[in-house]
Design a binder for this molecule. Structure first.
Ligand SMILES: Nc1ncnc2c1ncn2[C@@H]1O[C@H](COP(=O)(O)OP(=O)(O)OP(=O)(O)O)[C@@H](O)[C@H]1O
Length: 636
């Protein structure tokens, strides 16, 4: 029953709410998420505002908790005085309301308050609010361009998303609850002690000043190192995940020792940063211990002297000592919390730098959906160097007619993949433009552009999901029959029914990838082909689409590939020239420029680069650039 009661509070905040950005502010446009504030305080504030109500509740509960603590100590003083003035027989009748009040506050008031603040923190805020921060951060990262992910470690980014949710949530709740109840307690203590003897209040004011000095002068050092160690932790995770994900290369090259050194480097940095921060922590703890000693003995001496002078009652001494002892205890715990606050602040600062970075490749303000008609593609004086000074693609122009099947040929590194990646707008051009059916791809939405192009690449990465989800990846709403039909046409039906993953799921439900079944390269490629068949986009890009298939499967699938290409504009890249020789037109690329074009026969007759590549093809594969150059150098 308690469970059901508590569950009601769990839906107060939606863990997945996001601000889709209305585009009204002129910075961001519809279709893109509103960016998160890039300044740390504004970032924290941005999230705090999303849970205003519950957080104000937490603030009130925090204040009341501090208040109750102070009231209880005052009550203890009154009780001591009452004991001094009464006999055992008359105590209850003389001081009934005091005793009843104290019992009520201790038994009911305090428990009710703690329950309310627990519900607020644990049910309303913790899971949902923390998750909302993670979710919004994750989605901002997903808006980043392909190149963003190429330049960072997946593990590091994942850790940032995890950490930022935890750190921001903890930071806000600690301030509102712990910190605020501490401040209320101090304020009430100063007031209560001031009423007993103003000199005690003065000692406390000096103590608070000392505390503020520590926070301003000693804590920034901890914060600085906190930030550095958070970054160091991310670096270590990034490196560890990188080693684990590339474990095959590590094993094949027997380079585990090298990897150890690489990862250890990260750990050394982490340990160094942590040591610096822990040194600063010890420094702070020592100063706090001295300051608290001064505060407790100061108040104690003044209270006892007041009692000697007859201006302070025994109850007053009890209240004063009780309050300062509690303050001492709280301040140790508070230092721990402030330390946590500072560390969390550092973590947020560190994550914010990555998470709030604006995506470099976004839809134009007036982007419209691409209206694919016949699938005409036009590269107009395209230049692209991956942001470097030169090279890769230079002033390239190419016209592909609707429905034309074009083969891109060239040595390794000639720029073939780059050319199709530019068509997909995975990168923005550095010069020229690319048009699809007369529409500049820079002016249409990325979503509609990629929906119009089906791609099968060389290294098919399957997601760690079921076979069905993998095939329906480009068309999640697809019917089961269509998924099966696509699999049949990709010749994947002969192996899918017999699949069984370690958890016992079979066929289309079997999971692939990590902790799932491992497919061969050729099987993976057939899934990828099924995925594209199902997507049925008007433009097809086949980048080494059949490189992992053996000749038998390739022959079986060839017919389907031909059918898949029917009525579509196709750009195919293949090192095995025999697989693309039958295309309408072959474009030969060299060093980012078109050097020859024509049909297979035309090009053979021309006896240029294509003809030499064709002749050199040995065992079905192309020589690498360096081998080819070495050969031509030897021939000269
Ligand atoms: N992300 C990147 N950043 C910088 N340079 C890159 C990047 N990707 C590729 N390049 C460079 O661009 C050039 C063209 O690469 P690309 O992958 O387009 O060649 P390719 O013809 O497809 O080669 P292959 O046949 O080996 O796949 C190469 O010199 C490569 O080093």
């Amino acid at each position: 029953m308690m469970d059901r009661f508590l569950q009601r509070f769990e839906n107060v905040l939606d863990p997945f709410e996001d601000d889709a950005g209305s585009g009204e502010d002129g910075v961001y446009r519809t279709g893109h998420l509103r960016p998160l504030p890039a300044e740390t305080n504004a970032f924290i504030w941005h999230f705090a505002l999303q849970a205003k109500g519950p957080l104000i509740g937490l603030l009130i509960a925090g204040g009341l908790t501090g208040g109750i603590e102070a009231v209880l100590f005052t009550g203890v003083g009154w009780l001591v005085d009452a004991l001094g003035h009464s006999t055992p027989e008359t105590l209850v009748s003389d001081h009934f309301w005091l005793i009843a009040g104290l019992l009520f506050v201790t038994l009911i008031g305090r428990a009710a308050l703690l329950f309310a603040s627990s519900v607020l923190e644990e049910q309303v805020i913790s899971p949902s609010f923390y998750n909302r921060i993670r979710w919004q951060s994750y989605r901002r990262l997903m808006e980043q361009a392909y190149s963003f992910f190429q330049n960072d470690f997946g593990g590091r980014l994942a850790q940032k998303v995890q950490q930022v949710g935890m750190a921001t949530g903890d930071f806000i709740t600690t301030i509102l609850q712990t910190f605020w109840s501490f401040v209320t307690f101090i304020f009430l203590t100063v007031t209560i002690l001031g009423a007993i003897d103003w000199r005690m209040a003065l000692v406390l004011v000096l103590w608070v000043a000392g505390y503020v000095w520590i926070v301003r002068n000693l804590l920034p050092k901890i914060r600085e190192y906190g930030r550095a160690s958070a970054d160091a932790r991310s670096i270590v995770s990034g490196r560890v995940v990188d080693s684990f994900t590339n474990i095959l290369s590590v094993k094949l090259f027997d380079s585990s020792r090298q990897e150890d050194a690489f990862v250890k480097d990260g750990f050394v940095y982490l340990v160094d940063m942590t040591r610096r921060s822990t040194r600063a922590i010890t420094e702070v703890r020592t100063v706090v211990a001295l300051l608290n000693g001064f505060m407790m003995s100061g108040v104690g001496v003044i209270a006892v002297m007041g009692w000697q002078a007859g201006s302070v009652t025994a109850g007053g001494v009890a209240t004063a000592l009780g309050l300062v002892l509690r303050l001492n205890q709280m301040s140790g715990w508070m230092m721990f919390n402030i330390n946590g606050l500072v560390r969390n602040y550092g973590t947020i600062q560190d994550a914010v730098a990555t998470i709030t970075r604006l995506p470099t490749l976004i839809d134009a303000p007036d982007a419209r959906p691409l209206v694919p008609a016949k699938g005409a593609i036009r590269y107009e004086d395209v230049t692209f160097h991956y942001g470097k000074g030169g090279g890769v693609i230079d002033h390239l122009s190419l016209d592909i007619r609707p429905g034309e099947k074009v083969g891109l040929v060239g040595r390794s590194g000639a720029g073939k993949t780059t050319l199709v990646n530019l068509l997909l707008r995975l990168y923005d051009l550095e010069g020229g433009r690319i048009l699809i059916d007369g529409q500049d791809i820079a002016g249409v939405t990325q979503h509609s552009l990629r929906a119009a192009i089906g791609v099968v690449t060389q290294d098919t990465s399957l997601l760690h999901r079921s076979i069905r989800d993998n095939i329906a990846f480009g068309k999640p709403e697809a019917e089961e029959d269509d998924v099966v039909l696509a699999a049949e046409r990709a010749n994947a039906e002969d192996f899918i029914p017999s699949l069984r993953d370690p958890k016992g799921r079979t066929g289309y439900d079997a999971h692939v990838g990590e902790r799932g079944i491992k497919l061969s390269g050729g099987q993976r490629q057939r899934i990828a082909i099924a995925r594209v068949l199902l997507k049925n986009a008007p433009i097809l890009v086949l980048d080494e689409a059949t490189s992992a298939l053996d000749s038998e499967v390739e022959a079986a699938i060839q017919e389907n590939l031909v059918r898949m290409m029917e009525g579509k504009t196709v750009i195919a890249i293949a090192h095995r020239l025999s697989t693309i020789a039958a295309m309408d037109r072959l474009i030969v690329l060299d060093k980012g420029a078109i050097v020859e074009e024509g049909s297979h026969e035309d090009l053979l007759a021309k006896n240029g680069l294509y003809a030499s590549l064709w002749r050199r093809q040995s065992g079905g594969f192309l020589f690498t650039e360096s081998a080819a150059e070495a050969e031509s150098a030897a021939a000269e």
